[in-house]
Design a protein around this ligand. Structure first.
Ligand code: SAH
Ligand code: SF4
Length: 354
């Protein structure tokens, strides 16, 4: 019984072979694949388009790793946070962020923010995930499965489909490179949701070797790099990983990425009161941004428990953004959403994991 094989780890052709070995027609593999990847079936019993006999044979030979929704929290602004319990009892979180049409107030878009690791090794000073112990990488199935749940939540609650997916939840996606890229492959392939890679954004602290690898693979999804401050001294204080990969190395890798893919890169800037919110900080950041054609996302801080940092004031945030805009840069300010349920992407530490 214990030796049942995890069916989600089979490739399409392996699945076809296995089905034929069970004495079934190969087209059944496609049906099974749809149940697994598009409908997020958690048991063979749910696969009602298959014969009872085949379902029993599958049950005898294979298993589907259990992923349970442990909790759903809804914020007053509509943002929903999901906690998933994984097969080994670890917890991971994802967030669904609905947007409303400005004139009709009806929900017209929804963004899914998903996690790639349980915990994170990199320990950024402002990040709740960074304060947890690193537990493990998520499998590609576990990364993808979050999308399935958020998609049905968006359909059921807001009558919209997912318009965007951001990999900005728990963990550093580029330190779980293969599984993250496999999950994106599934999301963008007909096996999953055939979603355009242009609607997917991977956010990274900036791991130079991995960014070069993405460049060589000519990936087509968007790359967002968390810069947060453009001097090594301050960045190392905020993000210890900067001592391993200082801004110069990161800049070279980002230039290489742009050269190979031709894509505009997003630079993220988490603005913190009296730490990196002065006009001088803005000048230094603007200079850094000149390395490639880019967009800037200024992220408002979502204070975490026992944090040494504070949100900046609206006036300082405005002046910071205006200085960049004055240099013809494309600037977005990401206000925090779902504050009351601690749903900021990157703030997804579940107390159950501690
Ligand atoms: N590890 C990746 C992706 C996950 S964090 C990265 O660091 O980019 C996603 C984004 O959320 C990052 O830009 C991160 O700096 C930011 N973030 C982390 N904690 C935050 C908080 N408390 N408030 C606002 N943004 C936060
Ligand atoms: Fe890890 Fe990103 Fe949090 Fe830093 S901000 S600790 S890299 S998840």
């Amino acid at each position: 019984m214990e030796n049942k094989f995890d069916i989600t780890t089979l490739t399409n052709s392996e699945l076809k072979d296995s089905i034929q070995k069970l004495g079934e027609k190969p087209f059944r593999a496609k049906q099974i694949s749809e149940w697994l990847w598009q409908k997020g079936a958690s048991s063979f019993d749910e696969m009602t388009s298959l014969s009872k006999n085949l379902r029993e044979k599958l049950e005898l030979n294979f298993k589907i790793p259990a992923i349970k929704i442990a909790q759903i929290q809804k914020s007053s602004d509509g943002t929903m946070k999901l906690a998933f319990e994984l097969v080994d009892g670890e917890f991971v979180e994802s967030v669904l962020i609905p947007d409303r049409d400005a004139s009709t107030e009806a929900p017209n878009r929804a963004t899914a923010c998903i996690s790639t690791q349980v915990g994170c090794k990199l320990g950024c000073a402002f990040c709740a995930t960074g304060k947890m112990k690193f537990r493990r990488n998520l499998t590609s199935y576990e990364i993808f499965r979050q999308v399935v749940s958020l998609k049905s939540l968006a359909n059921d609650n807001f009558s919209v489909d997912l318009s965007n997916i951001v990999l900005m939840g728990m963990g550093e996606p580029l330190l779980n490179y293969d599984n993250t890229l496999d999950a994106i492959d599934i999301i963008t392939s007909p096996k999953g949701f055939a979603m355009s890679p242009r609607r997917i954004t991977l956010s990274t602290i900036g791991v130079p070797n991995a960014i070069r690898k993405l460049a060589d693979e000519k990936v087509r999804f968007n790359l967002a790099v968390s810069i947060h401050t453009a001097t090594n001294l301050k960045r190392s204080a905020l993000m210890p990983f900067n001592k391993t990969a200082p801004l110069e190395n990161l800049a070279e890798a980002v230039e290489y990425f742009h050269e190979k893919t031709g894509s505009r890169v997003t630079f993220e800037y988490l603005i913190l009161k009296n730490f990196n919110d002065s006009l001088k900080d803005a000048e230094t950041f603007a200079k850094f941004c000149r390395i490639v054609p880019c967009k800037v996302n200024i992220i408002d801080y979502n204070p975490t428990e026992n944090s040494q940092f504070e949100k900046t004031t609206p006036a300082r945030l405005r002046s910071f953004a205006e200085l960049l805009e004055g240099k013809n840069m494309i600037v977005n300010v990401r206000r925090s959403r779902g504050d009351d349920i601690a749903a900021a992407c990157g703030q997804l530490a579940n107390k159950k994991n501690n």
